[in-house]
Design a protein around this ligand. Structure first.
Ligand SMILES: *Cc1c(COP(=O)(O)O)cnc(C)c1O
Length: 414
């Protein structure tokens, strides 16, 4: 059998359509190369990437330092499993725990696995440290959350598409409105079996919902008051995306459990991690949790390089500065716009809300037009378009992108 050579975008799309499961609805663009803030399609057309693989590629596409770390390590030792030690895991765990300020790290591969890990740790902590009766622990989550795709995680989603016909669902989760301190306080008061509150510091998939100022710090204080763990899912918001190393840093909140994924590898390899201090992490003992690939030498080498790049290239500061510029420029446009209602976000995690119904195709049509004009973005939840370029962008490029976006939007004004 011969391997198919791709010579056109349509050919690649047809192959996926015929031979791949239809679990995504991508924009019809076939990418074959990436460098920094740019990607190229099969025909050689160049685009600004304004999604960054859902904020996995914060360091830019194919960052030479990260790619080199992967190449060097992959050529030396790739996978040992955790049945044996390897000489990269320890140095990585030391580096990452000091970097984020926690005692310990548990390495996994994908965001969903790290979320699952955090749930398991929180439940075990509730039974062994808090004294909750076994099988009765509850975890508070927020409406419109996105934490991944496993059966347990979709059990507490309220996205019909993510949930419907995948039951029976995992029990043990209480859903409250996001950004609602009173609902949180009520739930904590009325239930003695709460192990944890788990939330996204900004709800990314839901449409970049930024909670009101003070929500995260008040939620953390309430958790402390009720001896409940505060779990921050920073898989999308973490690692410089929102203008600080972590989104919780905007409110000086220190989570009891921190979940990282996506950008911890700069997008070149699946790496995720759960961080916590000893009193929480030590509930996990040998044989109680694991992953064949978790903590493998390539993942560790890649993650160290990816984290170094964030600091050495001042990506948090750059995201803060360019994010402010982006929202200012977009607000200038929106003042006289009938098609865009608002722009919101922090750092370089932003979204615009299109003035049309949620089931309209306007946001999709705008993304198609943006693609024609050399910028790739994707609607999230109907009429919202997320804008999250790699953080290695410079001011001139950002202004160029603002120009592409506003010029494109003008064609849609009523
Ligand atoms: C993407 C994401 C996940 C899931 O990560 P995967 O690597 O796709 O499993 C979990 N939480 C949040 C907040 C995310 O954005």
């Amino acid at each position: 059998m011969q391997l198919e050579q791709i010579t056109s975008s349509q050919q690649a799309i047809d192959l996926e359509d015929k031979h791949g499961a239809h679990n995504y609805h991508p924009l019809p663009v076939v990418l074959s190369k990436g460098e920094g803030v740019h990607v190229w399609d099969v025909e050689g057309k160049k685009y600004y990437d304004f999604l960054s693989a859902y904020s996995a590629v914060n360091q830019g596409h194919c960052h030479p330092r990260i790619v080199n770390a992967m190449y060097e390590q992959a050529s030396k030792l790739g996978l040992t499993s955790r049945a044996f030690h390897n000489d990269v895991l320890g140095p990585y765990e030391k580096y990452a725990t000091e970097y984020f300020g926690f005692d310990k790290l548990l390495p996994m591969n994908t965001g969903a696995e790290a979320v699952e890990t955090a749930i398991k740790i929180a439940r075990k902590w509730a039974y062994e440290k808090k004294g909750v009766k076994e099988t009765e622990a509850q975890i508070i989550v927020c409406e419109n959350n996105f934490h991944g795709r496993t059966t347990t995680i979709i059990s507490f989603s309220n996205d019909e598409g993510a949930r419907k016909n995948f039951g029976p669902y995992t029990p043990g989760f209480l859903k409250i409105p996001y950004d609602d301190t009173e609902a949180l306080e009520e739930t904590l008061k009325n239930n003695k079996n709460i192990a944890a509150l788990m939330l996204e510091p900004i709800q990314g998939e839901a449409g970049v919902y930024v909670p009101s100022e003070g929500y995260l710090s008040r939620a953390k204080a309430l958790c402390e008051q009720h001896n409940v763990l505060f779990i921050a899912d920073e898989v999308q918001t973490g690692i410089a995306r929102t203008g600080k190393l972590l989104a919780v840093d905007h409110e000086n909140v220190k989570p009891d459990i921190l979940i990282l994924g996506k950008a911890i590898s700069g997008g070149v390899y699946p790496v995720s991690a759960v961080l916590a201090n000893n009193e929480v992490m030590d509930v996990i003992q040998p044989g109680q949790h694991g992953s064949t690939f978790g903590g493998n030498p390539v993942a560790c080498a890649v993650a160290m390089a990816a984290l170094e790049v964030i600091k050495d290239e001042n990506l948090a500061e750059n995201a803060e500065k360019l994010g402010n510029l982006f929202r200012r420029k977009m607000n200038d446009y929106i003042r006289n716009s009938s098609i865009v209602n608002l722009v919101r976000g922090k750092g370089l995690l932003n979204a615009i809300v299109i003035n049309d119904t949620e089931d309209s195709s306007t946001a999709w049509d705008i993304c198609m037009a943006l693609k024609e004009n050399g910028l790739l973005a994707k609607p999230t939840h109907g009429n919202i378009i997320r804008f999250a370029p790699p953080l290695v962008m410079n001011e001139e490029e950002l202004l160029d992108c603002v120009n592409i976006i506003t010029t494109t939007l003008k064609d849609f004004e009523k």
